[in-house]
Structures are given as C-alpha cells and as structure tokens.
Design a protein around this ligand. Structure first.
Ligand code: ATP
Length: 868
C-alpha cells in the first residue's frame, strides 16, 4: 500500500471485504500472514497483545495494521473469540500465477471471505472445551410464543422447542448459548445477540430449508414442528450458511423437545444452586464438578446437558436410573467399561470437523479407533446377563461400522497426522501404486547417497556433500577452498551459488535423480490426497450412524460415572410417586460434604418431609446454623433425581417437580443496575407468578434487604401467598421469629429449626434440624464466634436486652397481626368488591340515563372503586 491520493487497488479490495464482514474482525490473507487493518488492527493488537504497526496511508492518514502468522492462527483466533469477537477469514482464492495469467504481472490476487469464526460455530479442538457443549441458539417470536432452534455444530446436535414467554428465560438458561441469533427488531430484548435479517426467520422459508437440508418431503419425520420452530430453524440454518459461506456444518435430524418434558429452572435458580458454575463462573465448586466422574469429553458434555435439563418423564428417568444401578451393583464391569472408555477419542467432534470440511487424517483415525473400541465394548457388555432395557437399546448403536473401520484400518497409519502437506498418512500396503511411488522416492534418495560417494571419490574432496533446501532443491556442496576444482570446465559440475565458506553446484546426474524424487513424491502426495477424499466420503455416508454410536458411548460413560459417584459417596436410588411429596432421609449437600471432608469434618445429614398437607417448612435458627445448606441440598437432590442420578441421601422419595426455584442469599447485580433488594424482589415476583402445585421452591431470608418492618411484612405476605395461591412444596428459611405465628393460621405450614446450644458461654452449632421454632436467635453469639471485639459484643448484649424488654411490653414487631385476615381471605374480599362494581356496570341501561344521572353514577362508581 503506497501513499497515493486515492485508495490502492488492494485497499479497495480490502474495504469491499470489510463491508461484507460487517462487525467481524477481518483476517486478510497476505502470503503467510493474516493481516488486520484500521480499528480491527487496534482491537486485535489490544486483545492479543501484539505489535500495532502501520502500512501506507488512507485518506492521508497511516493505516494501523497488525498480523498473525497463518500457521499459528488458531491460537490467536481462540483468544479473540474468548474475548467476544467474531472473525471473518478472507483467503486468496487464486494463486499469484493465476492472477498474473488473468490480468498481467500487476494483477491483485483475488480474495474472498471463506468463513466466519464465531463463538457458536466452532469445530476446532483447540478452540473448544472438550467437556462443554457449544450451543448456537436462534430465537424467533411467532404470536405470543417463541421458537428456539439450538445446535452444537461440533457434534451435530440439533434441537427445536417452542416456549411461552414465561418459560423463555428458563429455556435459554438451560441451553446456555455461546451465541444467540435473533431477528432484526429484538436487539433490545436480547442484549448481545447477533442480529440477522427478519426475512431469515420466515416460518415458511424455514420449513422449506429444514426439508431441503435433510432431504425430507414433509416435516413429519421430525414430529409436529411448530411455525415458531420452523421460523427459528430458518434463522439458524441461514446463519450457519452465512457463517460457513455456503459450507454447511454437521446437523443431525433435529430433536423436538417439549418444554414440559423437562424441569424448568431459570437463570437465577441455576446461579444460586451453582449447578454448572459456582460463584465466580468457574466450574470448580459447582454441582457438575462435584458429580462429574465421566471419562470422555462426550460423556462430560452429556452429563452437563443432563444436569441442566432434568426430566419430567418418569419412565425415561427410571430407565436411566436402572442403568446407573446396574453399573453401581457391578463394580468390576464398571471398572472394565471405564478403563475401555479411557482409550476412546472424541468421535463426535472428529466427525463434526470432517462434515464441516475441516477434517484431517487424524480425525479419520480417531473415528476408526473410537468405533473399534465401541465394537469391543458392545461385545463385552452384550455378553453380560440381566442387562437393563436402556443398555439393550444402546448396544446395537455401538456396532455396524465393521466394513468402514476395516477400510480405515487398512488405509491409515496407526497415528495419522493433522497436517496433510507432508503426506505419510496412508498406510504402506494399502495401494500398490502409491507404494511404488514411495519406493521410487526412497530409491532416488539412495541413488543420491551413492552419487555423493562417487563424487567424493572422483573429486577427491572428502568433505563434499549432496544437500537439499527449499530454494535450490538438491545441490552439491564443497568447502570454499575446493570450489575452484569443481569450477573447472569439463568437471561435469555447474556453479549455482557461492556462500561464505562453501560453494554449491549442480550436475546433470543429480538433476535427473532430483527430478525423479520430486515427481515421485508429488505423485505420492496426490495419491494420498485422493485416498483421503475417498475415505472422507465413506465416513460422510455413515455420519448419522457414527453420531449415534458417539451418543450411545456418551450415555454409557455418564451412567457408569454416576454409578461411580454414587458408590463413592454412598448415595441412594431415588423413587418416584405420583403425589407431590419430597421425603428425604439422611440428605446431604454434595459440595459442602466434600468440602468438609477435605478438612476432616463430618457433614450432618438431615431429613426433609414435605407432603401435600405439610408442604411448607419454615426453617429458623442461628446464622451459620446450616439453613441455606439444608434448603439447597434438597433442591439439588430433586435435580439429581430427575436427571436420572442417585442422590446424596439414605433414602429419597418424591413426586416429579415441574419447576424448581431458588432464591438463596443476596447476590448483588450491580452490573445490571439493580440493588440486592431489587434483585431479590424481582426473583421473588417470578416465583410467585410461576410456581405451580408441582413446583419446588426454596426461599432464604426473603425481605432481609430492607427495613425490619417492610422486610417482615413482605416475608409474611410471601409465605401466605405461597401457601394459599401457589400451593407448591417450599422450604422457607428466615430470621424473623415473628413468622412462626403463621403456623396458627396456615395448616400446611410447619416449623423447624437448625439446632444450636451454648456450652460454657460459647455457641455450638449442631447443623441438625429439629421440629418447632428456634428458641432464640443467637445472632450475638455468632458475632462473638466470628471475632467481634468483646466490648462491641457486650454493648450489643445491652442493646438487645433493652429491645427485648420493649418487645415484651408492646407485643413486639408483629403485635397487631393476630387478627389479620388470611392472604386468600383478603384477596377474596377485594375481589368481592370488584365484583360488586362489575355487577352494577353490567346491570346499567345506559340509554335510559340522563346526562346528569350518568355523571352522578360515574362519581359513585369512582368512589366505590376508590374504596377498593
Ligand atoms: N449439615 C451440615 N453439617 C455440617 N456442617 C454444615 C452443615 N450445614 C452447614 N454446615 C456448615 O455451616 C456453614 C454455614 O451454613 P449455612 O450457610 O447453610 O448457614 P445459614 O444458617 O444459612 O447461615 P446464615 O443464616 O448466616 O445465612 C456451611 O458453610 C458449612 O460449613
């Protein structure tokens, strides 16, 4: 790029490509580098911490530039994607020679965007975590519903689901997309999503795209695909086509999910239960990390998906549990299977790359080895007695690839490379013609060695060598002092290059041998490439069956892993009943239990017994007494049970839960501009609006973020609302002693507390649940335990005594609440008044009213409404 008044042809080309790349960073291929210019260069240099330089001028100003070498591009791409960028790759689409032939020596090489690299459309191993799925999700609103199309193109997983607005958040939380695609106009609602043209989300076009992609004459093969799902699928497929620039990635036939097929869990609940990520977003410390004993990447991904979408279908849950139990009860089989899985490559991801057109010989080798191992596993498990039904369903999927595995075994070397440029991945003996070419190359190299010996003899220069480099090819080299002898006319050598200490020559014989070698290895490389293409085609025709094997292996891994975890922790198989109860004996919190075990402490197991007529437990007791832990452990037990896992308890019986809600602890969300109290109220509002009689809710200290009176009033009303209106199973932890009065009026509410005692003036927390309310609050004792200075503790005691005296005299904080009508009764009364209004309005004969009478009536109605 020279400084000229107008843009150079290259800049014109660059700017056109950049316009096409939109807000993606443009990687512009120049020889061995991808170069970035202007703002792209600034952004990339800052993220990658590489030098920002400049090159030429544009509009009179230097053009900022930075670049990354092509061979190391993946690593840089990974960092850019992690930092939230998307990248467009512009490659040279013709060789410099072709460009020259096309338009003369100064012609610019044609370039085009060949692919977009985005967080949701990665397939490269190095850019993905092996244990997490990578979801791309498209959302399409149709009427008052939303269609979701979600795909993990690294494995071909594809699903469709339709949700009502009230379940949208929970579904998106379940899918945990790396990239969200929405139609133009929804940017406000989905902050950070990729906005695509509305036309891409047309349901008719979407339906046609689905049929076209899967070569279906009707969509019935997928199931009753809704309009909203067709629209979302259209948006997703169109985006994938755009990203791959026409090169479609692997998509399996979509699975239609019914929203009611799994337990709905919103993001706040996921965060508070720390299901797949703990406090700071890390995997460590989460339920998933605590439970995960899977061996393979595919197993880990399957487990993560199971835990994020526990089921509602008892028969599927029981089928999963039976397989876990089978592995649980047979430790030797379990060990054998797990060690077999240890050898297993990630077939699903290898297949994803092959289908996306980025497969390497290594990927084919992995598919071969994985499927071979799968067949062995099938033989071993197929010989076992008393196999559970799910295993019998999975085993046939592990087999049937014999012919392909056989071809791949004969065709490929044991550990094929990723890079094809050097060849050497097709096995010796697979293709006789290829072997001949290779031996010609080998013979040539031998001939050159003989030639070298002969030249040493004939010239008498013992230091003479025949060497090879990329620029000159083969040449004869002698130390400088012998150069003259070979320069002499008639020596048979032709001078090529003089170096500081050596002189280089060619000779007709050497030239001939070199030609033979180059030709043979060129032909050999081409022959290998042709075989790679054939082998890839064979794999492609079998892709659905290979993907099914990969899925079956993942399910076996998950089942054996859950059995392993259950055996380690002495967990039990949960049982399911049809009425909404939750009866846990000896329940534990798996993460807290492990953390305590590390420091040699014991976790105290606790029971929980919720039933339709005792469905709300009010749990009080001292700070640090274990209330939050108790609440969460029961929620986690429900979640694990419905995901088809054993649970940390001695026994567990439950009725299926449709929605799980957790509002535990105060988590500030200042980033979203909401105070702790506001977040708490928003989440509580969601629970009151959505919890059904089949839901399970845990609420911890609702109302504590505001003044005592307000807080108590809110907590009181929330408990009543849940008891009377939602009627769900609920554990409610509180420090408001006054709430215990509710047990007089709410018959399905019972009182419980975490026990503590004072021993020689010090507080001992027993972490044990007892019936009835806590006898006192122990806050000051906990403060003392925490190391508050003695003078502050003693002053607090004095203040407390005064306050308690005042409470005794006035009846305390909740004085006057004794005659408060119940929540539902109050609601009924309000409704009765509203109904009186309605009755009056319906009975009106408007035509018979004089204007004056109408005005009077309006005043009267307004007054009556005001009394409401
Ligand atoms: N069942 C248990 N057995 C042993 N230790 C426990 C048990 N439950 C809780 N703990 C320990 O007590 C600590 C405090 O528990 P937790 O946060 O549940 O108390 P809390 O009653 O909710 O306190 P606060 O009212 O201050 O929020 C935990 O971090 C854990 O170390």
């Amino acid at each position: 790029m020279k400084a000229t008044s107008g843009p150079t042809p290259m800049m014109v080309q660059y700017l056109a490509l950049k316009a096409k790349a939109e807000d993606c960073l443009l990687f512009y291929r120049m020889g061995d580098f991808f170069e970035l210019f202007f703002d792209d260069a600034r952004a990339a240099a800052a993220t990658l911490d590489i030098a920002l330089t400049s090159r030429g001028e544009h509009d009179g100003r230097p053009i900022p530039m930075c670049g990354v070498p092509v061979h190391a591009a993946e690593g840089y791409l990974a960092r850019l994607i992690k930092a939230g960028h998307r990248v467009a790759i512009a490659e040279q689409t013709e060789s410099p020679e072709d460009a020259k032939a096309r338009g003369g020596s100064k012609t610019l090489v044609a370039r085009d965007i060949v692919r977009f690299v985005t967080a949701g459309t990665l397939t490269e191993d190095s850019l993905l975590d092996s244990w997490t799925s990578n979801m791309l999700v498209a959302v399409a609103p149709v009427g008052d519903e939303y269609g979701l199309a979600a795909a993990d193109i690294s494995t071909g997983y594809f699903e469709l689901v339709t949700v009502a607005a009230s379940a949208l958040e929970a579904e998106l939380a379940r899918l945990s997309a790396s990239e969200l695609v929405v139609p133009d106009g929804l940017a406000q609602q989905f902050i950070g999503a990729i906005i695509r043209p509305r036309a891409d989300f047309d349901s008719i076009v979407g339906g046609d795209l689905l049929k076209q992609h899967f070569a279906l004459s009707t969509l019935d093969a997928i199931g009753a695909v809704t309009r909203a799902e067709q629209a979302a699928a259209g948006g997703l497929i169109a985006y994938l086509a755009h990203v791959g620039q026409g090169n479609m990635p692997f998509l399996k036939l979509p699975v239609r999910r019914e929203v009611h097929a799994h337990l709905l869990i919103d993001q706040a609940t996921r965060d508070s239960l720390e299901i797949s990520a703990a406090n700071k977003g890390a995997r460590a410390g989460s339920l998933l990390a605590e439970v995960d004993r899977t061996i393979t990447g595919a197993g880990a991904r399957q487990l993560a998906s199971d835990l994020s979408a526990p089921l509602m279908d008892q028969s599927i849950i029981e089928a999963r549990l039976s397989l876990v139990q089978w592995f649980h009860d047979a430790p030797l089989t379990r060990d054998a299977v797990r060690s077999a899985l240890r050898q297993l490559p990630d077939i699903a991801r290898a297949l994803g790359r092959v289908v996306a057109g980025r497969g390497s010989p290594r990927d084919l080798g992995q598919i071969r080895d994985g499927l071979d191992a799968a067949r062995h596993l099938r033989e071993r498990l197929g010989a076992m007695a008393d196999r559970p039904q799910l295993l019998d369903h999975l085993l046939p999927m592990l087999d049937g690839h014999g012919h392909m595995v056989d071809v791949l075994s004969r065709a490929l070397v044991t550990s094929p490379p990723t890079d094809t440029t050097q060849g050497g991945y097709i096995a010796e003996g697979y293709d006789a013609a290829l072997d001949v070419l290779r031996s010609a190359g080998r013979d040539g190299r031998q001939a050159i060695a003989q030639l070298e010996a002969r030249y040493r003899d004939s010239t008498g220069v013992a230091a003479l060598k025949i060497r090879h480099n990329a620029v000159l090819g083969y040449f004869v080299e002698v130390p400088a002092k012998h150069g003259d002898a070979l320069m002499a006319a008639g020596s048979g050598f032709a001078h090529r290059q003089t170096m500081a200490g050596a002189v280089r020559f060619n000779s007709p014989e050497l030239h001939e041998e070199a030609m033979r070698i180059t030709q043979a290895s060129g032909h050999a490389l081409a022959a290998e490439a042709a075989h790679l293409e054939e082998l890839t085609a064979i794999v492609l025709t079998r892709r659905d069956a290979i993907a099914a094997s990969a899925d079956a292996l993942a399910r076996i891994d998950v089942s054996a892993a859950l059995a392993e975890r259950a055996a380690e922790g002495n967990w039990c198989r949960p049982s399911f009943v049809s009425h909404p109860c939750l009866e846990i004996e000896g329940g534990r919190h798996p993460v807290v239990e492990s953390a305590l075990a590390k420091s040699g402490d014991r976790f105290i197991a606790n029971d929980c017994k919720l039933s339709p007529d005792k469905r709300l437990w009010l749990v009080s007791g001292p700070n640090m007494g274990g209330k939050s832990t108790f609440l969460r452990q029961n929620a986690l037990i429900v979640l694990l049970a419905q995901a088809g896992s054993y649970v940390p308890a001695t026994s567990a019986k439950l009725g299926l839960v449709d929605r799980l809600f957790s509002r535990v602890g105060a988590s500030d969300n200042l980033a979203r501009g909401r105070s702790t109290f506001m977040v708490e109220m928003v989440e509580t509002a969601a629970i009151l609006a959505q919890a059904t009689e089949r839901s399970f809710v845990i609420l911890d200290e609702v109302g504590r973020g505001t003044s005592t009176y307000d807080g108590l009033a809110i907590a009181w009303a929330v408990v009543e609302g849940i008891h009377e209106t939602n009627r769900c199973r609920c554990l409610f932890a509180t420090h408001y002693h006054e709430l215990t009065r509710l047990s007089d009026s709410l018959d399905a509410l019972s009182l419980h507390h975490v026990r503590a005692k004072e021993y020689k003036g010090d507080l001992v927390l027993l972490h044990e649940l007892g019936d009835g309310p806590a006898d006192r609050s122990y806050g000051i004792a906990v403060a003392k335990l925490a190391g508050l200075p003695p003078q502050v503790v003693s002053r607090a005691k004095t203040v407390l005594e005064k306050l308690e005296k005042g409470r005794a005299e006035t009846g305390g904080l909740a004085a006057g609440l004794g005659d408060l009508p119940l929540f539902s009764a109050a609601l009924d009364a309000a409704e009765a008044k509203v109904d009186a209004l309605r009755e009056k309005l319906t009975g009106l004969d408007i035509d018979a009213l004089s204007p004056r009478a109408a005005l009077d009536l309006l005043y009267e109605l307004k007054r009556a409404a005001g009394e409401n």
